[in-house]
Design a protein around this ligand. Structure first.
Ligand code: AHM
Ligand code: MG
Length: 325
């Protein structure tokens, strides 16, 4: 095999590009903690069946959902690596009912909201899953409390997600850029493979759970019908994987409110806000169906939201139809 070219590692990227641009202090340590956690989680994902680590823990989380053993293991790993970064004041996690306050008055401290293992229904069947992180900066002098986690998405300073798929890819969005890094499983390092990600102008795909069609209101059913008429469907059932494909290839993801779930299915703070931030930084858009995701003022850590996410013009057209346009 030909010798691979040297690629900029995540650490080099942060050091050379971010520091030069006046990176928020301490954010580099938080990102490297996410990368280290992801490396460890992907090892567990790869080895889960061999290690008898698949299946459920027997517990349900705060949303009443069955906790898979890898959900719990991933949560523990990221809490450990983020705590070790020395710059995380608090963590909010899908699998943990209350905020985890690490260091309430940490200097250069951050608040991280995470879904440590997204796509739980795909864990046991070797289908792509992922991790999602929204990152907020604690105010100088602020002593973090549980309420401090309830910040709107428009105050995020960065967001990241990781796809554990046929390769492991970490996508990092800051106010400067969106960049993708692929894990080299032999060295355990992430290197730049997708610089300056912009969502393509074309939108070949729509991603939605068609099984929910029967519980949509008339306007939303019409909006989904228009997507069906125009685009090819791709639906993995892991939000991270569906979003990643649509970000690189063009596409729209829709999990709208329905008659049974007026509040939506997905979680605002650690699914919709971070991916909304990535989408917007890459030229896309994220909506509840009624307004911008990142402008929602959160009331609860685990609150749900409808989510329409992807190519800006297609998101806007879909939202318009949902609202009777
Ligand atoms: P999870 O965080 O418990 O894995 O649930 C969220 C997942 C998303 O990854 C995915 O988009 C959605 O649930 C799929 O839901 P459905 O099975 O209703 O289509
Ligand atoms: Mg999830």
């Amino acid at each position: 095999m030909a010798v691979a070219q040297h690629r900029t590692t995540l650490q080099e990227y942060i050091t050379s590009e971010w520091r030069a641009n006046g990176l928020n202090r301490g954010l580099d340590a938080v990102i490297m903690a996410i990368a280290e956690g992801s490396r460890r989680v992907q090892l567990q994902v790869q080895q889960a069946a061999l290690a008898d680590a698949l299946g459920a823990t027997g517990e349900t989380n705060v949303q009443g959902e069955i906790v898979q053993r890898l959900d719990a293991a991933s949560s523990e790993i990221f809490v450990e690596t983020l705590t070790g970064s020395g710059h995380v004041a608090a963590i909010g996690c899908e699998e943990i009912e209350d905020p985890v306050i690490i260091d309430a008055d940490a200097a250069d401290g951050y608040i991280v909201l995470m879904d440590p293992l997204d796509g739980s229904s795909n864990i046991d069947v070797a289908v792509s899953i992922g991790s999602i992180f929204g990152i907020w900066r604690k105010d100088p002098g602020e002593v973090v409390t549980d309420e401090s986690l309830l910040r709107p998405g428009n105050q995020q300073v960065a967001a990241a997600y990781v796809v554990y798929g046929s390769s492991t890819v970490l996508v990092l969005a800051t106010e400067d850029s969106v960049c993708g890094f692929t894990l080299d499983p032999e060295t355990g390092t992430f290197a730049v493979t997708h610089p300056n990600i912009r969502i393509p102008d074309d939108c070949p795909y729509y991603s939605t759970n068609e099984g929910n069609n029967k519980v949509l209101d008339e306007a939303t059913r019409k909006a989904i019908g228009l997507l069906r008429d125009q685009y090819s469907q791709r639906y993995v059932g892991s939000l991270v994987a569906d979003f990643h494909r649509n970000l690189l290839k063009g596409g729209i993801f829709a999990y709208p409110a329905d008659l049974n779930r007026k509040e939506g299915r997905l979680r605002l703070m650690y699914e919709a806000n971070p991916l909304g931030y990535v989408a917007e930084q890459a030229g896309g858009a994220a909506s509840t169906g009624y307004g911008r995701i990142m402008d929602v003022v959160p009331e609860k850590l685990h609150q749900r939201t409808p989510l329409i996410l992807g190519n800006k013009d297609v998101v806007e057209a879909t939202v318009s139809v949902i609202n009777g346009g």
